[in-house]
Write a protein that binds this ligand. Structure first.
Ligand SMILES: [Zn+2]
Ligand SMILES: [Zn+2]
Length: 374
């Protein structure tokens, strides 16, 4: 479908995108953003909004026995460690603007999809806790399928990427605390050196993926935080590490889990320290149901005129809590290409930017997707 009438909505879509871009808020603090979304929806005739503050969800009943959820995430990211400056450098304002515009157009044009729609404006995607928060608030009650999109500056504007099966990694997190006996830096033998123990832990950690996991499986372990000591000539009594591991198979996750604990025991013995590992379960991999992806991809190919749907072969080790919805019911997550000569900085980079026309692409995509649902 060409949806040529979209031209008339371009100014408003852009305005919403810019409005949201001016109120970037961090995960679970998206109060102004939620207020904006709810006001916009009320103004455009949506009733019975369940405001989860932050975030909201509602149901559009089109008299079908089937309900399909469409999800947008609404949070922004900090620009530095001051915790004062935020910016939409993951493009979630575009996801939000597009879904708001879709709802407005469906109601304006009295479009009647063949399925009921559950519209979800989810907070806190960046700290991967918002999806489960929305599910606890009833987002997936009675839902049969779920769809989402994410902007992607690695793909050209005008392209939509669809990856069948595993798409983005499952992510778990861990904290390591190492305690020893503090001593003078010149008498290491009189105490137990937690700095060396922590360094040893970080280096040997990399052996888990390279030596303990089937090399044909994709997995990753990274330590992003390492803290110990304050003074150059004192060996401190405590060191702490924090990191994450990524996986596509439960088998790989279990191996990493077990070997993190084994490594802690071995570090304790060798360095005569106390090592404690705390593993926090994060999210499952984003997995696009194979049958549904094929079916929906085929139908989209027949209707999309202004965007090109491509088979996206890329596997990403980043996580995305859209996976939580897919744990409840089958769903597909799409990538919307946004790269132009002017807009090519990567996601989460402070220079990340989007062309206003990309928001129109997203609305066009949603209109076509809603059209082919049955
Ligand atoms: Zn992000
Ligand atoms: Zn994102």
């Amino acid at each position: 479908m060409d949806y040529n009438f979209l031209e008339k909505y371009e100014t408003e879509i852009t305005e919403v995108l810019h409005d949201l871009g001016k109120i970037p808020e961090p995960s679970f603090k998206e109060y102004k953003t939620t207020e904006y979304i709810v006001n916009y929806l009320n103004k455009n005739g949506v009733k019975d909004i369940r405001v989860t503050d932050p975030g909201c969800l509602f149901h559009l009943d089109f008299g079908s026995s089937k309900t399909v959820a469409l999800r947008a995430d609404i949070d922004a990211l900090p620009l530095d460690s001051s915790g004062e400056k935020y910016k939409h450098i993951c493009g979630h304002h575009l996801h939000t603007a597009a879904l708001l515009s879709l709802v407005k157009i469906l109601l304006d044009k009295k479009i009647q999809p063949k399925v009921n729609l559950r519209i979800i404006f989810q907070p806190a995607e960046e700290n991967i806790s918002g999806a489960n928060f929305m599910i606890k608030n009833g987002a997936m009650e009675g839902v049969n399928e779920v769809y989402g999109i994410h902007v992607d500056p690695e793909l050209d504007k005008g392209v939509v990427g669809l990856k069948t099966g595993n798409m983005m990694a499952g992510a778990n997190f861990f904290d390591v605390t190492i305690k020893g006996d503090s001593t003078h830096a010149a008498y290491p033998h009189k105490g137990s050196d937690v700095v060396v123990a922590a360094s040893d832990f970080v280096c040997r950690l990399q052996n888990i993926v390279s030596r303990k996991i089937d090399p044909t499986l994709n997995a990753l372990v990274s330590v992003g935080k390492m803290q110990a000591g304050d003074i150059a000539n004192v060996l401190p009594e405590k060191a702490s590490l924090a990191g994450t591991f990524r996986f596509f198979d439960e088998e790989a996750a279990a191996v990493i889990n077990d070997h993190l604990r084994l490594l802690a025991e071995s570090i304790s013995l060798f360095h005569n320290v106390y090592t404690y590992v705390d593993i926090h379960e994060g999210i499952s991999p984003v997995h696009n149901d194979k049958v549904l992806s094929k079916e929906i991809g085929g139908r989209l190919n027949r209707v999309l005129e202004k965007l090109e749907l491509i088979d996206d072969e890329r596997l990403s080790l980043t996580g995305e809590d859209f996976a939580c919805y897919q744990q409840v019911t089958p769903g597909v997550f799409f990538k919307l290409g946004t790269r132009t000569n002017q807009n090519n900085a990567p996601l989460h980079n402070r220079d990340f930017s989007l062309s206003d026309k990309s928001a129109v692409d997203a609305v066009y995509f949603w209109l076509n997707l809603v059209d082919i649902l049955e």
